[in-house]
Write a protein that binds this ligand. Structure first.
Ligand code: ADP
Ligand code: ASP
Ligand code: MG
Length: 549
């Protein structure tokens, strides 16, 4: 199931969709053991593709494929969508499955055999229930059941190896955590075929060529484009809907990698850019991009249209609805991105476009990251130390820590930075190592870690150029007695970020949301017939049974 791609093909020219590349010897893609699933003609109208239609990438998240009834909705969406465009489908694992797989991997390292087999039993049952509800013929059920059985056995063998060695390598962790998508994609493809849509499951290891950074791999776009042209494009041209595993890719040696948690959004835009798609649609469990996380700010409202830049800031600073890097591939190519609700298909969702909708430079939305940690490099001993900033960044880069916020303006060289909690410990250790020699004579610790903080970000097209926004932000926080620990403003035209304690994060969001009247600001822009409330509350039963990640 691996692509074999010759490194020599890098740098290939961008290929316009509709123009097949001549066969290149440098692209060697092994045959996948997946088959085209012919549409089931007996029971449904056959949906056929037309080569002149626009191309859409449709990504369905974990809750959208969380159980049989959700998957039926996905099929409806695809069938309807095929009447006006060709579609490449990208799927996440069923909700909660990736968490369970990672737990199995961690339990394997701890040698906890019983816990691991419980997890696999539960996952088998969940997928079995879906197969039985969605596939009618025994023969087809057996076929997909066997495919899944092979994947479960692969996962169990990987866990067995981990138990033996008592070591979970990043590579094996990726292989285990990727199983969810490798299970859901053939299931969705089979259900499409059952419903009259010719489909083919394709593993993204054949398409998305990445570097070798397990757990957060980056795509090589030129190689990915060539692989997509060679493997995906002909499938679409034959009127078959490819169902691609989100979240995963493979390095140039064909070793599976993952793009980071929530990475299926990124998979969708990577494929969108690689195929020069006309639009990428992220189907999820809310109406679109909201003015804040609805779990934290119940008043949050739909944003009908937003610019790439603002959406990218929101994604980067914690809006879970989009993986932080989702916007990168489409921004470069000007491909519009839409976020829509699988459970409220009548709603138009949020459209993300190069320029968005200018609402006079006011604040558009808020976001927050609670899994953050503050590192302070400070103290009198630092005064004479050379190049503190340069060495700090070289160190964070070496341990691949994303610096979310930095603040530095002291005569004593003091610097504070915020990094994701997951990398905080290794970042502090690396910094202490870097400065150990300079600070050896000092008795106090100069590099401290505070894991009780969160970052809140205020986003708007012209936050930097609009007077009053900074004052109103910190004014309302002051009135609510919320202590601001650090601030970053000015680098980006679109945001103000500040650090508060995790305990005060929700209060900071609610107060700021109210201050900028965000629950009212967007309602006038909603399409006719839509209320300004997200549709989150219209499908609670489906959502609950799909079990959120
Ligand atoms: P999927 O499984 O479809 O990828 P996610 O759970 O990753 O969905 O993302 C959708 C969730 O993101 C929503 O249910 C919502 O709780 C959360 N979210 C956080 N911030 C925002 C925001 N600004 N707008 C919309 N949803 C948000
Ligand atoms: N299944 C993966 C995760 O849970 C990727 C995704 O859902 O986007 O992180
Ligand atoms: Mg997601």
């Amino acid at each position: 199931m691996r692509s074999k791609i010759n490194p020599g093909m890098a740098g290939a020219a961008r290929l316009a969709r509709g123009h097949r590349i001549p066969h290149s010897d440098s692209v060697r893609i092994s045959k996948v053991p997946s088959e085209h699933l012919p549409a089931d003609r007996d029971s449904h109208n056959l949906v056929r593709n037309n080569p002149n239609k626009p191309l859409r990438i449709m990504k369905f998240g974990g809750t959208s494929v969380g159980n049989a009834s959700c998957i039926q909705k996905v099929v409806e969406i695809i069938r309807t969508g095929l009447t006006e465009s060709d579609i490449v489908v990208v799927v996440s694992a069923m909700s909660g499955v990736t968490n369970k797989l990672i737990e199995a991997a961690v339990q394997s390292e701890a040698g906890n055999r019983e816990a691991v087999s419980c997890i696999f039993a539960e996952l088998r049952k969940r997928h079995d229930v879906a197969i039985h509800a969605l596939i009618r013929s025994d023969a087809k059920r057996n076929l997909i059941g066997q495919q899944m059985q092979m994947l479960f056995q692969e996962g169990e063998r990987l866990c067995e190896g981990t138990m033996l060695l008592r070591e979970l390598t990043p590579r094996v962790r990726d292989s285990i955590s990727s199983l969810g998508e490798r299970l859901s994609a053939p299931l969705v493809a089979a259900v499409l075929a059952e419903n009259g849509v010719a489909s083919e499951c394709i593993e993204a290891t054949e398409l998305v060529v990445t570097d070798s950074y397990h757990g957060g791999a980056e795509p090589w776009m030129d190689l990915t484009r060539e692989a997509c042209e060679a493997r995906l494009h002909p499938v679409v041209q034959q009127g078959i809907v490819p169902v691609v595993t989100g979240f995963i890719g493979a390095n140039e040696e064909g070793v599976l990698t993952t793009l980071g948690r929530g990475g299926s959004d990124y998979s969708a835009t990577i494929l969108g850019a690689a195929l020069d798609a006309d639009e990428v649609i992220i189907w999820t469990d809310v109406d679109g991009l909201l003015t804040a996380d609805p779990r934290l700010v119940p008043d949050a409202c739909l944003i009908p249209e937003i610019s790439y830049r603002e959406a990218a800031e929101l994604a980067y600073f914690g809006a879970k609805v989009l993986h932080p890097k989702t916007l990168h591939p489409v921004m470069q190519r000007g491909i519009p991105l839409r976020i829509r609700n699988t459970f409220a298909q009548d709603r138009a969702g949020t459209k993300i476009t190069p320029d968005g909708f200018t609402n006079g430079g006011e604040v558009t939305a808020l976001t927050a990251i609670s899994d953050a940690a503050l590192i302070v490099i400070g103290g009198p001993g630092l005064v004479g130390v050379q190049d503190v900033l340069g060495r700090t960044f070289a160190t964070t880069a070496a341990v691949r820590a994303d610096v979310l916020l930095i603040s530095q303006s002291s005569a004593q060289n003091d610097v504070c930075l915020v990094v994701p909690s997951a990398v905080a410990k290794r970042t502090v250790e690396a910094l202490r190592h870097e400065f150990a020699h300079d600070l050896a004579h000092e008795k106090v610790e100069h590099i401290t870690l505070d894991s009780t903080v969160a970052i809140v970000t205020v986003v708007g097209q012209k936050v930097r150029g609009t007077s009053g926004i900074v004052g109103r932000t910190f004014g309302v926080l002051g009135r609510e007695n919320i202590e601001v620990i650090a601030i970053a403003h000015g680098a980006s035209a679109c945001n103000i970020s500040f650090v508060v304690t995790k305990k005060e994060m929700k209060a900071a969001l609610v107060a700021t949301h109210q201050e900028f009247q965000l629950s009212e600001a967007t309602s006038h822009k909603l399409p006719a017939g839509c209320t300004d409330r997200p549709a989150t509350w219209h499908y609670e039963s489906e959502r609950a049974s799909a079990e959120a990640d």
